[in-house]
Design a protein around this ligand. Sequence first.
Ligand SMILES: Nc1ncnc2c1ncn2[C@@H]1O[C@H](COP(=O)(O)OP(=O)(O)OP(=O)(O)O)[C@@H](O)[C@H]1O
Length: 691
Amino acid sequence: MNAQSAFQHESKRLEDVLGHIGHQLGAIGPRYTGSDFTEQMIDLQNEQRRERLEVSKREPYFGRLDFQEGVQGAAKPLYIGKAGVAHEKTNELLVVDWRAPVASLFYAFSGGEAPVAYESPDGTIEGVVHLKRNLMVRESALERLVDSYVRGQEDEAVTDEFLLYRLGESKDNKLRDIVSTIQHEQDRIIRTEKNKAVFIQGVAGSGKTTVALHRLAFLLYQYAGRIRAERMVIFAPNRMFLDYISGVLPELGVGDILQTTYTEWALETLQNAVRMDDSADALAYWFEHPRTRKQMERSSGRLKGSIRFKEAIDARLADIEARLLPEEPFEPIDRLVLSAAKMREWLATDESGEPLMRRRERLVSRLKRWFESEWKARRFTDKKVKAKAQSKLNAYAKKIPSYSAESFYASLMDDETVGGLLPASVRAETKKRVKKGLAAAEDLAPLVYIHLRLFGTERSSYDHIVIDEAQDYSPFQLESLRLCQRQPSMTVLGDLQQGIHGYAGIHSWRELSDLFEADERGYFELDRSYRSTMEIIEFANHVLRGMGDEVKPAVPVFRSGEPVDLIEVREEERLAKLADTVQQWQGDGAYKTIAVLGRTAAACEAIGERLTQAGLTASVVRSKQEAYLGGLTVVPVYLAKGLEFDAVIIADADAASYGPDDAKLLYVGCTRALHKLTLFHSGPATGLIAP
Ligand SMILES: Nc1ncnc2c1ncn2[C@@H]1O[C@H](COP(=O)(O)OP(=O)(O)OP(=O)(O)O)[C@@H](O)[C@H]1O
């Protein structure tokens, strides 16, 4: 079949499938507005079905795979889309859901006549592929068709033409789904079984965030009925990032997943018993002034985030449990005695599995019940005696210490064992802060951990946890999240090369993965970068070269673009030249999103002002920003992590702004660009980009 008749054939089939979708949409009927519960439930299901069909109507499928099961018989065309669609009468599958086992063939197949296989619930199914076709459908019309494999034709290798076409497009202000072009190495991660903590080390732009979101959609499909979206949670670095990724899950038909930052989640878990201490703003401290790698390594954040610190807390918790009960017996009335040994036995054999302070509450209630039953059994009646006994009981209960997470944490700062771990100045500062009801970011994991160990959590346990930018997490933070799951089911992703928060985060993945048993964890690496052109990736790799063995260079997809520009300007002309460049780019109309990245927040304010004076509409991103608007953005480089823009200007690639310890920061900046990267410097350029 030649290209033209293939196009006609596919257009005809598309029309046919759209007819079925239209028919099914029409059959759903009007919304129910009454108060009958069963009817309301049916209406909810209908609504979800309507939403899925609406997505299918716009783009019913994106791929076709002709698969011949076994060695004989005919190849059957499978059309793969975001949601499955069945024939309303015959139930024949018109579109296969991308998450179905057979669809994995579409992503895994890399050409060749050799047999292929996929795992179905009934076991391994083998067969051969006859055709792999990408179909681009936009607003219900077939726009483009690319055959990446036709059996029997010379060219055996699947070309990346379709992928390159997708990568070459401009981006708006939201991350998109990639179901039509998921790569095999990404698909393997997405389809990993549920009960594992999956760690993903991936270079900038390798699709980590995107893969994690697709994995959630896959898990909900694969384990339908066993896990629920409301019991999943995504942790991201800030609200703006959450806004940026907010479009992907609805497009994949997934709703209701809690999306939060660790800080927000921790404060909520602590029932807002503490507030953040603005004067201890880590971003301002670490990024607004030059800091060295050594300073980062010795930071209090690293110490408080360590497993040694957690172990010191565990030891103290064990200690207070051992010494919780008073030495003396409880004697509410003369000769009515409950021995201390008996109470210790009660506490030790309380099998509720509840945290310590809950067990304390149960013990006090049991004391009361014991007294009441003894009172009755001995037929005491004197009210005065009873009142006196009750006040003795209250006094006795008070001797059993009761802690809040904050009081425990503050008292920990006087503890001898902690003394060896944290410098005296840090302990004094921490104690002062917590006593005022305040916390720094580095206090949150210990506080949450203590809270969970003392009181447990009100929330039910999480079915799955996603942690993005996990290189910025401490082992202790991960431990605190582990307490919220019955068994590990996590996707933990990040890039050590972008670990710019070294004062708090990890330096090696083992710091986190060692918290899990070998059979509870999985580890994947992604080294192909899909975001940027070859020129940008080569330039960014060069920035990291001084870091020696640690470096894993990003491998570009073969997508060539414009050269990276390095422009020297006089300091007094810098802002004017920046504005000129942006104006020129906007005039060309080639880029939808442009970012100017400054080294500090103060630098960004000045740039924003100058761009406004030049008549440009720019939004300056600040650390508490909630939304990413797209268009022209000015953003401190350290807040740009996770985002991407068609074109990027690094405003101040000077030796004074980026010292030898800032390679990761500059790497983050450079790898935000999809198609165009320009760096300005005045005076000597940073040594990080020297040839
Ligand atoms: N298989 C793919 N097909 C098409 N586009 C892809 C694919 N994988 C990734 N991308 C695109 O590459 C870009 C980078 O993806 P994403 O932001 O998920 O990467 P990341 O690894 O989280 O990056 P970073 O570490 O820099 O934040 C996005 O525009 C995404 O749509």
